[in-house]
Design a binder for this molecule. Structure first.
Ligand code: FAD
Length: 490
């Protein structure tokens, strides 16, 4: 039987462990932290439960498909579709609800902005077309394997892309493309989707316009019991399949022999394995676990995606205007990205994202209270100074735009900075999504899923192809598993 060592029990590592076990391999996962989950862990604090990382759940079929691979061993997982994706608040008092239903959304746009909603709806239709035209080529297969570019396969994907070409703005920037949405505030709203992979909408290629389709076309969802149930379901399924999972067991080296992996050294002990899959960030994987091996310097030196400062607040206030996902916009959105990517700091007036998980999982907070996850974008590697001042600014903004004085209703608090994210998850500089996608060639600048030089070494998760975020991590697990079957069959 072929043995696989998986480094890291984040979404990508666990999903790969499941697929490898289903294929009949003997799988051992080594996780450095005391718990599984990586960025998707949770925190209990004074009667509140918080999801520490992701709050937005899209493309759930990728998760249910991963679990379904395990057949009767699959752990249960339940989720509901939401009737709206987000509530938007502008500093001038304008508010917009992004309804999931197209007609409702169209009416909301018309009544909020007093405009013909046609261009905005057409913009969304292009997002859907662009997504369908490119998903097979860019998201669902490796970009780095010769087989992906074999004539039959490449022609099939390129044919699709050609048919959807009116929705493929190859040479433009996202902000420029979004002028088509028909209103300055909608342009800003669509620009925000660049932040879904930690990028700058004023520099990122317009191809990122496919992201809104995930929410507006495919829907937003809430796992029953909160986001951490995603990890619970993956973890339990892996255990049911007989995967061995060691927590508090950091991998110190990937062992190699004559150009091939031989196993890993974890917590001082050597463990032999035929295949090694790194679900840890690709930069520390090369820099720390593979000393003496040539690293892909161009990839490792790519610009990082954004990180964040997150305040977890237990707030004893019903906050009737706030829903599950809320955005309080910055006055000057462009200045926010100049601060993040040019000046290396947090904007004076940053956009504030508030997620209240207890809106869909009431058991996560006391009655008439909420478990607020309040995040502002921060540069990866941001040195934590002025945190108290940032906290005051965020609280003042929340009060200005929602009328709620958080400080008067605060039951408990926890804070996470880019440095904390780096320490807790091994993410390079605390970046949320690996490298940023600020260049037209960004898709090709993500690290490959199979190492070119070290046979039997694979990569999975948010820092490699096809990208960060839960859905793309699950896709990377599928791609990596397929490559493993092809190049290292049992
Ligand atoms: C604050 C925040 C908000 C986010 N919001 C969203 C969102 O709303 N929606 C969304 O889809 N995504 C979101 N993301 C991104 C998403 O969380 C990640 O893309 C995804 O969880 C990454 O999973 P992963 O498997 O790549 O790695 P990780 O979750 O980073 O897991 C890697 C694991 O490897 C372990 N590890 C590292 N080095 C070693 C070693 N040497 N030995 C053993 N173990 C090691 C780490 O401890 C960690 O457990 C957010 C992330 C953060 C931090």
């Amino acid at each position: 039987m072929s043995s696989v060592a998986v480094i890291g029990a984040g979404v990508g590592g666990l999903a790969t462990a499941i697929r490898a076990a289903v294929a009949g391999r003997e799988v051992t996962v080594f996780e450095g932290a005391p718990e599984v989950g990586g960025k998707l862990r949770q925190l209990h604090l004074e009667g509140y439960r918080f999801d520490l990382g992701p709050s937005l759940f899209t493309w759930p079929e990728l998760l249910t498909d991963t679990l379904a691979q395990a057949g009767r061993h699959a752990a249960p997982f339940a989720y509901t579709r939401l009737d709206r994706s987000c509530h938007y608040f502008w500093p001038d008092g304008t508010r917009l609800t992004a309804w999931s239903d197209g007609e409702q959304l169209s009416e909301e746009i018309a009544s909020t902005f007093g405009i013909d909603p046609g261009p905005a709806m057409e913009h969304l239709a292009r997002s859907a077309e662009g997504f369908e035209a490119t998903r097979g080529l860019f998201l669902e297969q490796s970009l780095h394997e010769p087989s992906s570019w074999a004539p039959g396969n490449a022609l099939r994907h390129l044919g699709k892309a050609w048919r959807g070409r009116r929705a493929l703005p190859l040479t433009r920037r996202l902000d420029d493309w979004n002028t088509r949405a028909g209103h300055e505030k909608l342009r800003q709203l669509f620009n925000r989707y660049a932040t879904y992979n930690g990028s700058d909408p004023y520099r990122a290629p317009a191809m990122l316009h496919v992201i809104p389709h995930l929410e507006f076309g495919m829907g937003t969802f809430a796992p029953e019991g909160g986001m951490h149930t995603i990890v619970e379901a993956l973890h339990r399924t892996a255990l049911n399949l007989g995967v061995t999972i060691h927590t508090s067991t950091p991998v110190e080296r990937i062992l190699t022999e004559r150009g091939r992996v031989a196993g890993v050294r974890a917590a001082g002990e050597d463990h032999a394995a035929d295949v090694v899959v790194s679900g840890a960030d690709v930069t520390p994987t090369y820099r720390q676990l593979l000393p003496g091996h040539r690293a892909p310097e161009r990839i490792l030196s790519a610009e990082s995606s954004t990180s964040g400062v997150i305040f977890y607040w237990g707030v004893r206030h019903p906050a009737p205007d706030l829903h599950l996902h809320n955005i309080l916009w910055a006055e000057d959105y462009r200045a926010e990205f100049d601060a993040l990517f040019q000046k290396g700091t947090i904007a004076e007036d940053p956009t504030v994202y508030i997620n209240i998980g207890s809106r869909t999982s009431p058991e996560d907070a006391p009655a008439a209270a909420g478990n607020w996850f309040v995040m502002v974008n921060a540069p990866a590697g941001w040195e934590t100074h002025g945190l108290d001042e940032l906290r005051s600014r965020v609280m003042a903004k929340v009060q200005r735009m929602t009328g709620i004085d958080v400080s008067a209703h605060l039951d408990c608090e926890h804070v996470l900075t880019p440095g904390d994210i780096a320490t807790r998850t091994g993410s390079h500089r605390g970046a949320l999504y690996g490298p940023a996608s600020n260049k037209p060639t960004s898709a090709f600048l993500r690290h490959r899923n199979r190492d070119r030089r070290i046979r039997g070494l694979y990569f999975v998760g948010g820092s490699v192809h096809p990208g960060g975020g839960i859905p793309l991590c699950l896709l990377s697990a599928r791609i990596t598993s397929e490559l493993m079957e092809r190049h290292d069959p049992i």
